[in-house]
Design a protein. Structure first.
Length: 504
């Protein structure tokens, strides 16, 4: 609660995803492309392939330009973006990993200097010396990635750090090696895709076929190995994160999309280019590059989602509020504790004005109101305010990826008043199915994997179910009080009684 909140109209998550994925794409390309350049140069020297050496010389300058200008610029953009969107998490990671960041900056400086020397001294230095400079570049870029990967892996799986709080246990966390394996394969794949798109513009058919076959191996082999690497990555996740995947259909769809993209790249790289490298064209190379970008984006998107409800697991929640601040917020209330609210925001301003500010602090990092990422208005339109306030107060019970509400009941009522005002008036649900979707389907499934209801009411008649609904908060204190009408309760009871054997 020490920082102001920067509200992004279309959702702050979209901003960091777009900036972050572009930078990750370029950063991993900087590792894989550097490796490919030096490996191809070594091969060309052994075989005295002057045409390949001339092509590599031109590509080294392009490579240096892309990594130095766009890679560095997007890197600064990532720091700027996370600094204003997630200042608490950024501060905690800087303080915890200060020595890792210092080491990474040393690697980064060596990386910048060596790629400049490598690109500028092609043909001016002895061959062996020039290759050594290239390997120095690759080594520093790789070690820089290792350092940052350790920090990103910690955000997802802190491991023994939760007890020891040592830098070594934080960096050498359970997810370090699996995530590094995935990133290494992505680096190789991106290096191969860059070579394919570059050589597709060459008029030398022999050179184009030679590089196409060489580079295609850098695509289809890592694409096939990504399956086992991603499985290892998933197995090393904390159990709560794996369960989150089980309960989130959108994440499962992303996983199948990732598998489809990898299979497509493996097929094109192996069946189309490895055996018939003359098939390479600008259109095919561009298509493969776009699919490669989709692979990076899908992996990073899933990694971000798997952290929910945290930005840094066990340290900072996804709303940007520190875990250690929660007890005080629960005790004093969010309105009384937030430092960056209007000083004149009191009772005179009304519940809607208070709710707008509290929503901005507690919810806007993941949710829009009417339009945008995870917009709430379409889902809550027609809800009564008492029920909506009860849901706000129980956010962590709605879905495992939601953080607990960082406030008291009056704060939740203010947010409910604001959301109801923005959502607008709408008639209440009619019919048992519609009532189920609005009042129960938010947190339950009928007979699915997530909090199924039918096993509880199995064998009960409509009257017994209706009585159970009316006193539900007595049986389970985590459940909100029934705030609907008697007619709605009876319709819901009849609907549930008729659902024996229903699917989710």
């Amino acid at each position: 609660m020490n920082y102001p909140v920067w509200s992004v109209p279309f959702g702050s998550k979209w901003l960091i995803i777009v900036v972050g994925v572009i930078h990750v794409f370029l950063a991993q390309f900087a590792v894989g492309g550097g490796f490919l350049l030096v490996a191809a140069e070594s091969w060309a020297h052994r075989h005295e392939d002057q045409a390949l050496l001339d092509w590599l010389k031109r590509q080294a300058r392009v490579f240096a330009f892309l990594t130095l200008v766009f890679g560095v610029t997007t890197g600064v953009g990532v720091w700027f973006t996370i600094g204003i969107i997630s200042p608490q998490a950024t501060s905690d990671l800087i303080h915890l990993f200060v020595w890792v960041w210092a080491i990474e900056w040393v690697f980064f400086v060596v990386e910048i200097l060596s790629v400049i020397v490598y690109a500028r001294t092609w043909g001016r230095l002895p061959r062996r010396t020039h290759r050594i400079i290239g390997w120095i570049y690759f080594g520093s870029a790789f070690l820089s990635m290792v350092a940052i990967n350790g920090i990103l892996a910690f955000q997802l799986a802190p491991g023994a750090w939760s007890k020891s709080h040592s830098l070594a246990s934080a960096f050498f966390n359970p997810n370090l090696l699996p995530s590094l394996a995935v990133r290494c394969l992505l680096c190789l794949m991106l290096g191969g895709l860059w070579a394919l798109i570059s050589v597709s513009f060459s008029r030398d058919r022999i050179l184009r076929a030679e590089v196409a076959r060489f580079a295609s191996g850098w695509v289809w082999i890592p694409a096939l190995l990504m399956g086992p690497a991603c499985f290892w990555f998933a197995q090393m996740l904390p159990r709560a994160n794996r369960k989150l995947w089980d309960f989130t259909p959108s994440m499962q769809n992303q996983t199948w999309s990732l598998a489809a993209c990898l299979g497509f790249l493996a097929f094109l790289g192996f069946a189309v280019l490895w055996f018939r490298p003359k098939n390479l064209s600008k259109g095919l190379a561009l298509l493969m590059l776009l699919v490669g970008l989709a692979v990076v984006g899908l992996f990073e998107w899933q990694r971000e989602q798997l952290r929910d409800p945290y930005l840094v697991t066990g340290l900072v929640y996804s709303n940007g509020i520190s875990v250690e601040d929660y007890p005080l917020l629960k005790q004093r209330g969010l309105l009384a504790s937030a430092r960056w609210l209007s000083p004149h925001l009191g009772e005179a301003k009304g519940a809607v004005a208070q709710g707008r500010e509290l929503f901005r602090v507690a919810c806007s990092s993941c949710h829009a109101v009417t339009h945008g990422l995870n917009a709430l208005a379409p889902a809550i339109r027609g809800m009564d305010q008492p029920y909506l306030a009860a849901l706000v107060l129980r956010t962590d019970l709605i879905w495992p990826g939601m953080p607990p509400f960082p406030g008291k009941a009056p704060d939740a009522r203010a947010i409910a008043a604001y959301l109801a005002a923005r959502a607008g008036q709408a008639p209440g649900p009619t019919g048992g199915a519609a009532i189920w979707r609005m009042r129960c389907g938010v947190c339950h499934t009928l007979n699915g994997p997530f909090r199924p209801v039918l096993p509880t009411v199995k064998g009960m008649g409509p009257k017994d179910i209706s009585d159970l609904i009316s006193s539900i908060e007595v049986m389970n204190s985590a459940m909100p009080h029934w705030s609907g009408t008697d007619a709605e309760r009876e319709s819901l009871a009849n609907f549930l009684a008729a659902q024996e054997g229903s699917k989710p």
